[in-house]
Design a protein around this ligand. Structure first.
Ligand code: WTA
Length: 648
């Protein structure tokens, strides 16, 4: 499995980091992090310079992470103001609308961005938002989403973005979870030719939130919405607002944003990132991993509702003074050539997407790619899930024409930026491997049961990180104990990623997927517990167990075993009803792909559901069920096998 593609290392012209640089700089970064990060801390502008660099502890009972802790800065000033003198007229954001037959792209310069962000910041202030207050952003992929993020950072408010595909219930839970003061939304969100009624979703969510919350509404389509006393017209208020809003001085460790993400247990948790370390890390990884050079046009196809959009559409690129593309649409609308049309139109140099999109487009055929001039592409990126070699090869040959290194970047909402990744021009690529740690990242492979460190190469285990890096999350919002327990509870002294990995004979890392009850559907993280609790909230459902199974396009699909209440009859109509139910409880991304009616679930005598068995059946691999002797009622398994939904 260690096939090497020699072609792509040599095609990178004057990369920021060569193979020799990598070895030297990596050693320096882990041997003497204080010196290394003191230097890289200078990538951004400080209002008050830091004198301390790293002050971090992974000691059980005292997980405490601080970087640059006595420095002061402002993120929006770093992403906007400091570029004005040199590149006020350079495009900061290219916005591509959902439907190119109806609207044109917009080019927003750094000077425009400065004006709009300052205005929106003043609007937020007028609504009573102050430093430290939380603001929920529930917007389509429109420039106002970036303005809103940066406006919050300008006044020191903490934003929490909720993906526009989430339901009113999920939105409400996040508004309450961080006790937000204001929600910024839009009338509708166009996507793939359809429209999601964001304002009406927000109205529904707010029925379950405290009084006094304000709602700032951006006009996107101009479609009809209801209007109440708590609603404010963002476009009108921005038109009148002053465009002068001095950036607030923030401490490096002040929270920058909260982003809710799924874990293996319970409801999503609010991952907290802070100001200084996060920005240094986002900016540095953006520059080095994508080999970004002055003047390049960078496109990350993610949504700002996910961490990838935070770090690599907004904060990293803008901190580096780049031109970043913000794309409202989907890869297959109006047709399967949309990505490549946008790449050609804007002469994109670095393109960053998810394996699920690549697989979907691969299925549509290479003629969609070949229609467009992709000669400006230099680096391709992949994120969100392991990329299978077939998709990797197609990406390399059909999109990159064998000339563009592919950076397979492994990271997480919790890590703020890339953790394991090849570097263009420095790494001999291996299809499907995330390969090497980024600077300052100290990966270790642990034996899953004993927690012993596994030394040497050609080994497998769980992936942990031995020491802190600046982009690391600091806590779970309002629940530091949960932070300690989730990430430091299983393996003392280490940050536990939740992923399994293999370190091959050359020392390169391969991510083998989650080892906990998190599944990865189309590159989106989903906790099986969340889907289960949505299902059992339905009046006809007694019990449910949800697992992932291999899916050709999505990577993993959602497989739900459902036990109905006594007296309820299974039917196709009920199956549909449950699908719709989960969509409304969480959102379309959580809809089960397969629902199997289960008269009973395999449980141990102490009542624990044996998920290992359920996973095997969902994978259509029931020949290898392993030991079932501890089951309370082994006959349950025979029924589940006989009625399994996923057959080759
Ligand atoms: C998975 C997305 C393999 C992994 C930035 C991780 C990957 C989870 C890769 C985090 C990759 C992400 N190769 N697996 N290159 N990138 N993952 O928080 O399981 O949405 O734990 O962050 O996605 O998902 P999250």
């Amino acid at each position: 499995m260690t096939t090497q593609t020699p072609s792509t290392q040599d095609v990178q012209k004057s990369p920021h980091v060569t193979a020799d640089d990598y070895a030297r700089l990596y050693a320096a970064s882990v041997n003497d992090p204080d010196t290394f990060w003191a230097e890289h801390g200078q990538r951004i502008d400080w209002i008050k310079p830091f004198t301390k660099v790293k002050n971090t502890s992974f000691t059980p009972g005292n997980i405490d992470i601080r970087w640059f802790e006595d420095g002061a800065l402002n993120v929006s000033a770093n992403c906007i103001d400091r570029h004005l003198a040199e590149r006020g007229n350079q495009t900061a954001i290219i916005w591509e609308p959902d439907d190119p037959t109806k609207e044109d792209a917009q080019h927003i310069t750094y000077a425009d961005l400065h004006r709009s962000v300052s205005k929106m910041a003043n609007v937020l202030k007028d609504l009573g938002v102050a430093r430290g207050d939380r603001v929920i952003i529930y917007l389509p992929m429109i420039p106002e989403a970036a303005y809103a993020m940066l406006a919050c950072t300008r006044i020191g408010a903490i934003h929490s973005i909720v993906f526009a595909g989430f339901s009113p219930d999920a939105l409400g839970a996040r508004i309450n979870g961080c006790d937000a003061k204001v929600v910024i939304t839009a009338d509708y969100a166009p996507r793939g030719g359809r429209e999601t009624p964001l304002k009406s979703n927000t109205d529904t969510a707010l029925l379950h939130c405290k009084e006094g919350l304000k709602c700032l509404v951006v006009k996107r389509t101009g479609g009809q919405t209801t209007w109440t006393d708590r609603d404010y017209d963002c476009n009108a208020l921005m038109a009148e607002a002053s465009d002068d809003c001095p950036p607030q001085e923030m401490n490096a460790e002040d929270p920058l944003f909260i982003l809710y993400t799924s874990g293996s247990t319970g409801q999503p948790k609010g991952v907290v990132h802070t100001t200084g370390g996060y920005l240094v890390y986002a900016a540095m990884t953006h520059e080095i991993v994508f080999d970004y050079h002055e003047g390049d046009v960078f496109w990350c196809t993610a949504d700002v509702g996910w961490v990838t959009g935070h770090s690599y559409i907004v904060y990293g690129p803008l901190a580096n003074g780049a031109t970043t593309i913000m794309f409202e649409g989907v890869p297959t609308f109006p047709d399967a050539g949309r990505f490549w049309e946008v790449c050609a139109k804007h002469k994109v140099n670095q393109f960053y997407t998810a394996p699920t999109a690549i697989r979907a487009l691969m299925g549509a055929g290479k003629e969609w790619v070949e229609k467009h001039d992709l000669s400006d592409l230099r680096v391709l990126g992949s994120v969100g899930e392991p990329i299978n070699p077939e998709a990797w090869n197609w990406y390399n040959e059909v999109v990159g024409k064998g000339n563009c290194p592919i950076v397979d970047t492994f990271w997480q909402t919790e890590t703020g930026g890339h953790m394991l990744t090849p570097l263009p021009g420095a790494t001999k690529l291996k299809p499907g491997a995330a390969q090497q740690p980024f600077f300052g990242v100290h990966p270790v492979v642990l034996e899953p049961t004993s927690g012993e460190v596994v030394e040497g190469n050609g080994v497998e285990g769980v992936l942990c990180i031995a020491d802190s890096w600046p982009g690391q999350m600091r806590t779970v919002w309002g629940d530091h104990e949960r932070f300690e327990k989730t990430y430091f509870g299983d393996y003392k002294g280490y940050y536990f990623s939740g992923d399994g990995c293999r370190r091959d004979e050359d020392g390169d890392y391969w991510i083998t997927g989650r080892v906990d009850d998190v599944i990865n559907v189309s590159g989106h993280r989903m906790g099986t517990a969340e889907v289960e609790s949505a299902l059992v909230a339905h009046a006809k459902v007694a019990e449910s167990a949800v697992v992932g199974y291999p899916h050709d396009v999505k990577g993993q699909g959602i497989y739900a075993y459902v036990t109905l209440m006594n007296g309820e009859e299974p039917s196709d109509a009920l199956r549909k009803e449950l699908e719709v139910w989960v969509r409304t409880e969480i959102g379309p991304i959580a809809k089960p792909d397969l629902i199997q009616w289960a008269p009973g679930l395999p449980k141990t005598r102490s009542g624990k559901i044996m998920r290992r068995i359920l996973r095997k059946i969902a994978e259509d691999d029931f020949g290898a069920l392993g030991d079932t002797s501890t089951l309370a009622d082994p006959s349950v398994v025979d029924d589940l096998i006989a009625n399994r939904m996923n057959r080759a």
